[in-house]
Write a protein that binds this ligand. Structure first.
Ligand SMILES: NC(=O)C1=CN([C@@H]2O[C@H](COP(=O)(O)OP(=O)(O)OC[C@H]3O[C@@H](n4cnc5c(N)ncnc54)[C@H](OP(=O)(O)O)[C@@H]3O)[C@@H](O)[C@H]2O)C=CC1
Ligand SMILES: O=C(O)C1=N[C@H](C(=O)O)C[C@H](O)C1
Length: 269
């Protein structure tokens, strides 16, 4: 069996650690590199030290050394880190699985451009459950297009730095597309003071941050006399790591192109 040679960026982070364990347990993958940024206290440590299972792969900050043996980079870091890695991977034909959230339009354009040089899966949520939920939302939105107010509520751990979550924004985009609306024009991010009555054409977002919540998303369709809630709750990051490995397998035979988890899971109509 050909082994997928995978490097992990943000190796000491919450997702990085989970990915390193998932790669160690996968029969068709091998950890081929581990990256963290310069100054990170875990540079030069073994990438498996967190789980007590040594890998023989040392966490590096130098991209050339960290990626020398890799065919894939799985990147869950921050937009500025991912964009640096992207440039290197595009130049060297290393395929990328990007889970990082919080990109601006320029960052997303850079990912699209890099996908002309290497294959990339880019998705704000790698779990099967969330991606099936996106399909449910598309169907629900079409049926609740009149008379239902749409609000997206997300909750995450106290360390999360971007809001709303990438998943909540994706849910908003899917719903807006299904309704023929432009999310940039109809999104309302939080409310305060005398807001006036709710504009029915808007999609509202509310953010909760606290403790160790892995990731909860609820879309509320609030009508007269009834409410419909579609919720997904993550209880472990393992589903994101397993989804990332599925994404690597999906692009193993692709030289270029930009894909998302709907492609990987065969959910595109
Ligand atoms: N798509 C999906 O399914 C999921 C996406 N995410 C997203 O993944 C990202 C990471 O989440 P999480 O693991 O919880 O975050 P953590 O903060 O736990 O880990 C981030 C890692 O990236 C490193 N890092 C930070 N900035 C840079 C940089 N500029 N260059 C290189 N490395 C950097 C950090 O190093 P240091 O500690 O030195 O800062 C750390 O090792 C977030 O954007 C999150 O929203 C999370 C879960 C699932
Ligand atoms: O930061 C996190 O933890 C998560 N981030 C992603 C997002 O912003 O949607 C995915 C998941 O919800 C966990």
């Amino acid at each position: 069996m050909t082994q997928l040679k995978i490097a992990v960026a943000g190796a000491s982070g919450r997702m990085g650690r989970m990915l390193i364990e998932a790669i160690a347990a996968a029969p068709d993958a091998v950890l081929a590199g581990a990256l963290d940024r310069e100054g990170n206290p875990f540079i030069n440590s073994d990438a498996g030290a967190f789980s007590g299972q040594l890998t023989g792969v040392v966490i590096q900050s130098d991209l050339a050394r960290g990626l020398a043996d890799a065919d894939f980079l799985i990147d869950f870091t921050r937009p500025e880190g991912t964009l640096q890695h992207l440039e290197y991977c595009a130049a060297h034909g290393i395929k990328m699985i990007i889970g990082t959230t919080g990109f601006d339009d320029a960052g997303k354009a850079a990912i699209r451009a890099a996908a002309e040089k290497t294959a990339i899966v880019f998705a704000p949520n790698m779990s099967i459950g969330v991606n099936v939920t996106l399909k449910l939302l598309e169907m629900a939105a079409k049926n609740f297009s009149e008379g239902y107010d749409i609000e997206i509520i997300e909750a995450h751990h106290r360390h999360k730095v971007d809001a709303p979550s990438g998943t909540a924004l994706k849910m908003g985009e899917v719903i807006a597309d299904a309704l023929g609306r432009d999310l940039k024009e109809c999104a309302v991010y939080g409310r305060e003071g005398v807001t006036g009555e709710r504009d029915p054409s808007t999609i509202g977002f509310a953010t909760v941050r606290g403790g160790d919540i892995v990731g909860d998303h609820t879309v509320l369709f609030a009508g007269i006399g009834e409410r419909i809630e579609i919720s997904h709750k993550s209880s472990s990051r393992v589903s994101y790591a397993q989804g990332s490995l599925r994404a690597a397998r999906y692009i193993a035979d692709k030289a270029t192109g930009l894909y998302d988890m709907q492609d990987v899971l065969g959910l595109k109509a």
